[in-house]
Design a protein around this ligand. Structure first.
Ligand SMILES: [Zn+2]
Length: 80
């Protein structure tokens, strides 16, 4: 699963990370999108979307992770 022809490697153990989403249901529904290392469980949060009821409609509150984020990328073209 590559992003722009690259795969994202775990900063800890260099395993190829999976892009996943997770839904938390409480007073509001929060969907998190993140990279997760299947080997050591390290997570890099990408985006969180809170979904709130607003009368008849929905209010989406998007938190992009715009702070410092370290991703280790490996070109998919270089590997066979
Ligand atoms: Zn790892």
């Amino acid at each position: 699963m590559g992003v722009w022809g690259y795969e994202v490697l775990c900063p800890r153990c260099r395993t190829s990370m999976e892009y996943m989403s997770e839904v938390e249901r409480g007073g509001e529904v929060v969907v998190s999108y993140f990279y997760r290392c299947p080997a050591c469980g390290f997570r890099v949060l990408d985006e969180r979307v809170a979904v709130k009821g607003l009368g008849d409609g929905l209010l989406l509150e998007v938190h992009r992770h715009t702070g410092r984020r370290l991703l280790v990328l490996k070109s998919l073209r270089a590997s066979s």
